[in-house]
Design a protein around this ligand. Structure first.
Ligand code: KIV
Ligand code: ZN
Length: 523
């Protein structure tokens, strides 16, 4: 251990903004609110709650979060123009600790798109940061594509933003291009060369296109950055953003080399990871660092033997450090409410009495069909309960499928806005027949891009989790569901995706348009 007093590194979570920009990761307002409250409880310093001008839905979500979050700073994103900044302020001002985050692309490629020469861009930065600063003293400014910006010019834009009153300066690696040494060198250079650089907080915002987002963020911290921008599970555009759980645990495990602390209660990580996977429809890969299903599994004999003798042989952190306390003792149809509540709490799901009642009914139904209900079964059941609810516009009421060598057909009763409709269709296989029945009752233009089935546990009575991805006019949505009946899970996942699509249509711009919002010339 070093003698240094650990420095505080701020954790800025952008799951609800950059994370939600992943095609298909749309979350509803209530889901965003739930995630924001969990982030707040976990000790995240700043929550980037959305991009208020992007749509009415984003605006409402940011305002709602600003009204309820207890301790985190609530931040909204705005391009470098007065309209964006005013709209952002309208949404975040409800928070006791609001922040406006405004940005502009500073690299030659972005200057070309915005048709601003270097001097004109400096003027835009000065004017927009000054405008934001007149609304609040907590202004963050980002040089989008900072890594590919000429170094001298980067110093000038940062100096301009500091002079205009920004208190946090973010240096994004927008396209995930940098390497750790370069990431550190840029922060070091800015701290050395820019006047008053020591009066502001430098932030690092890395994307994972080359798999280096965590390494690059930590290198920036080593060089003097004191805010890490990240997302749960590394969710984000393309290959994603720096994963919160990775940087936080790296700082915790390697405090000997990096004497920094965060305010994160790491025991809340696993629960948040599961919830974000559920609501975004982006499952966590099995071998994902820290939160993957296999992250604490020891398969080989040598590893198992070593871990049994001394866990430190093959484990650098304990499962309990991130909130995994389950013993994986199976539950069954004789297990009662109290046992279910205790088991779910171990898994990170703390339920109110009315929620427990609903989950208990579903648990009993599952235990009737499946002899032993394992932890993974309960996680799948919780995910299904959270994603497919009784208030959904479309709900599967009843399904009968005939399959085999004589042909395949499906009969379906579907609730559409509370009204029951019936269809009887045939198709190429039982899943196709069942999806056609849904299409007959709820016609749409969406195209199925992905259909995936996973067995949750072993055995022929295992639950299946089904994920689907659909696309309509550039809008991408996902759906997922779990059931011991694979076809029923498939139809529920398909219907879930259509419910999300409906929600997505209500937001004004399709995904394609939403991206161009970032490129538009500031006004
Ligand atoms: O990656 C990026 O540059 C961003 C900015 C908007 C901060 O997300
Ligand atoms: Zn980003």
């Amino acid at each position: 251990m070093t003698d240094h007093t650990p420095d505080r590194v701020l954790i800025f979570d952008t799951t609800l903004r950059d994370g939600e920009q992943s095609p298909g990761a749309t979350m509803s307002q209530s889901e965003k609110l739930e995630i924001a409250l969990l982030l707040d409880e976990m000790g995240v310093d700043i929550i980037e709650a959305g991009f208020p001008i992007a749509s009415e839905g984003d605006f409402e979500a940011v305002s709602a979060i600003a009204k309820v979050a207890k301790s985190a700073v609530i931040c909204g994103l705005a391009r470098a123009n007065m309209k964006d900044i005013d709209r952002c302020w309208e949404a975040v001002r409800h928070s006791p600790r609001p922040r406006i985050h405004t940005f502009i692309g500073t690299s030659p490629l972005h200057r070309e798109i915005t048709k601003l020469d270097p001097e004109a861009m400096l003027a835009v930065i000065h004017d927009t940061v000054t405008h934001a600063r007149n609304l609040t003293d907590n202004v963050q400014w980002s040089a989008m594509d900072a890594i590919r910006t000429e170094r001298d010019y980067l110093c000038r834009v940062v100096e301009t933003a500091i002079r205009a009153g920004a208190s946090t300066i973010n240096i994004p690696d927008t396209v995930g291009y940098t390497l750790p040494e370069e990431s550190a060198a840029i922060i070091r250079m800015l701290l050395e060369k820019v006047p008053d650089a020591d009066k502001v907080i430098f932030a690092t915002h890395c994307h994972n296109d080359l798999g280096m987002a965590t390494a690059n963020a930590l290198a920036a911290v080593g060089a003097g950055a004191r805010q890490i921008e990240c997302t749960i599970n590394g969710l984000g555009e393309r290959a994603g953003n720096t994963a919160l759980e990775e940087v936080v645990m790296a700082l915790k495990v390697r405090r000997d080399l990096m004497p920094f602390i965060t305010g994160i209660d790491t025991t809340k990580i696993m629960n948040l990871s599961r919830r974000v996977a559920q609501v975004s429809g982006f499952p966590v890969q099995f071998n994902k660092a820290v939160v993957g299903k296999n992250a604490f599994l020891h398969e080989s004999g040598i590893h198992q033997d070593g871990v049994l003798k001394n866990v430190e042989t093959f484990e650098i952190m304990r499962p309990a450090d991130i909130g995994i306390t389950e013993t994986n003792i199976a539950m069954g149809k004789h297990s009662g409410r109290a046992a279910l509540r205790a088991k779910l709490s171990d898994l990170g799901f703390d339920l109110a009495d009315n929620q427990l009642g609903d989950v208990f009914v579903r648990f009993k139904a599952l235990a009737d069909r499946k002899k032993e209900v394992y932890d993974d079964d309960l996680i799948a059941l919780m995910s299904d309960t959270a994603t497919n609810t009784d208030s959904d516009y479309l709900q599967v009421k009843w399904l009968r499928v005939i399959c085999g060598s004589e042909g395949q057909s499906a009969e379906l009763k579907l609730l559409v806005d509370g009204v029951e409709h019936y269809a009887d269709t045939s198709g190429d296989g039982p899943v196709d027949a069942a999806f056609r029945a849904v299409d007959a009752l709820y016609p749409h233009k969406a195209r199925l891009q992905l259909y995936q089935v996973h067995a949750v546990t072993e055995g022929t009575d295992a639950q299946a989790t089904v994920s689907v991805r659909m696309e309509e006019d550039g809008r991408i949505v996902t759906g997922s569901a779990a059931d011991t009946d694979t076809i029923l899970a498939s139809v529920k996942a398909y219907v879930g995706a259509l419910n999300r699509l409906r929600l997505r249509r209500e937001k004004t711009a399709p995904d394609a348009d939403r991206k161009t919002v970032f490129m538009t010339t500031p006004s």
